[in-house]
Design a protein around this ligand. Structure first.
Ligand code: NI
Length: 157
C-alpha cells in the first residue's frame, strides 16, 4: 500500500484517453490498493487511474453511502435517467468548483479486480461521481460539463 501523487490540471495526461485493462494480475491489484489509500488520504469520493498518471480504465469510488467502496475496471454507463445540477469539484482541480449538468440516476457495468462483470446503480452524489470518474477515462474534466449559464468558481485557499 502506498500513496500516489495526484496530477493536477496543468498536466497534459489528464486530457488523454485511458486504455482497456486486459490483465487482472497483481500489478492491477497494487494499483487498486494504492488508489484506495490515495482516495481516502485526499478525502475524495472518487479517483481515476489517470489522475495518478496511469492511463488505464480503472476507477475507485466511495461516496459514503450503502454502495461502500467500489472498484470499477473497464466501466461503462448502461442507463441514465433524469437530470441534476449540483456543485462539483475534482482532486485534480484544487480550489475549483462548478455546477454541472449530470443525470439524476445511472446504472453501470464494470469488472472487479478478478475480471468478473458486475452492475450497480445509484442516484444523487453516486451518479455524479460515476459520471465524473468515467469522464476522466475519456480525458474530460468537470469544467467541460458545466450546466448552462454556470462558470468555474475559484476559492481563495
Ligand atoms: Ni476528478
Amino acid at each position: 500500500m502506498a500513496y500516489r501523487i495526484i496530477k493536477t490540471e496543468e498536466n497534459p495526461i489528464l486530457k488523454k484517453i485511458s486504455k482497456q485493462v486486459t490483465d487482472f494480475d497483481e500489478k492491477l491489484w497494487t494499483l487498486l490498493d494504492d488508489m484506495k489509500d490515495t482516495l481516502y488520504k485526499a478525502d475524495g469520493v472518487g479517483l481515476a487511474a489517470v489522475q495518478i498518471g496511469i492511463l488505464k480504465r480503472v476507477v475507485v469510488i466511495d461516496t459514503g453511502d450503502d454502495h461502500g467502496f467500489l472498484e470499477l475496471i473497464n466501466p461503462e454507463i448502461t442507463e441514465r435517467k433524469g437530470e441534476q445540477r449540483e456543485i462539483e469539484g475534482c482532486l485534480s482541480l484544487p480550489r475549483k468548483s462548478g455546477v454541472t449538468l449530470r443525470p439524476r440516476w445511472v446504472k453501470f457495468k464494470a469488472q472487479d479486480r478478478n475480471g468478473n462483470w458486475y452492475e450497480a446503480e445509484g442516484e444523487g452524489l453516486f451518479a455524479r461521481c460515476v459520471c465524473h470518474e468515467l469522464d476522466h477515462l475519456e480525458g474530460i474534466v468537470f469544467t467541460q460539463k458545466l450546466a448552462e449559464g454556470e462558470r468555474v468558481r475559484i476559492s481563495e485557499d
